[in-house]
Design a protein around this ligand. Structure first.
Ligand code: PA5
Ligand code: MN
Length: 173
């Protein structure tokens, strides 16, 4: 059966606010929010393939709209362990952005709409952000054996955060 990339398929993962506590800057607001509820921030559907380099893995992410204080919901973001670990990200519903950065400190901000294609080169970390009021849905494709490295992002974050200021989307340090 060929999956419909907008509907659940394969391995399904849910990331809730409690899974992203260390990533948001507003720790006090995170704790207040968690006292009420533990909202879903995003869901990932991943097509199952063997974890080997000859294979390509593709996954759909549904990133929900919302903010923690003024910071828009985002995916954790990660580097790939393998140097050859490039990735392609394609917007399939709604809109948002992708933050890209490498270990040399270069940073890029790409806006994503339906049919936008973002290329995350080898050695670049990527994080998606939902700057809209609707679901932001995108497809990611990369080699199956790249491996995910979240550690540097947990400790250092991304060079910029995406927040709402006076109803505008702003990048801050
Ligand atoms: O392959 C990817 O980079 C994506 O499928 C992500 O894993 C997905 O968007 C979820 O983000 P993260 O893995 O940073 O939590
Ligand atoms: Mn990736």
């Amino acid at each position: 059966m060929v999956p419909d990339i907008k509907k659940p398929y394969g391995k399904q993962t849910e990331r809730r606010l409690s899974d992203l506590q260390e990533y948001f800057s507003g720790k006090k607001v995170v704790n207040e929010m968690l006292g009420q509820d533990d909202p879903i921030i995003y869901k990932v559907f991943e097509y199952p393939v063997p974890n080997e380099g000859e294979h390509l893995i593709y996954a759909t992410t549904i990133l929900l709209p919302g903010k923690v204080k003024d910071e828009f919901y985002f995916t954790k973001g990660h580097f790939h362990n393998k140097p050859g670990g490039a990735e392609i990200i394609i917007g399939i519903e709604g809109s948002g952005s992708v933050l890209l950065q490498n270990r040399e400190g270069e940073f890029r901000y790409e806006e994503v709409k339906i049919n936008s294609v973002v290329y995350s080169p080898p050695g670049w970390a990527h994080r998606a952000v939902n700057t809209s009021k609707k679901d932001f849905v995108f497809l990611s494709i990369c080699r199956a054996d790249v491996g995910h490295d979240y550690e540097i992002i947990i400790s250092n974050g991304f060079a910029k955060r995406v927040v709402e200021r006076e109803k505008k989307v702003c990048l801050i340090n």
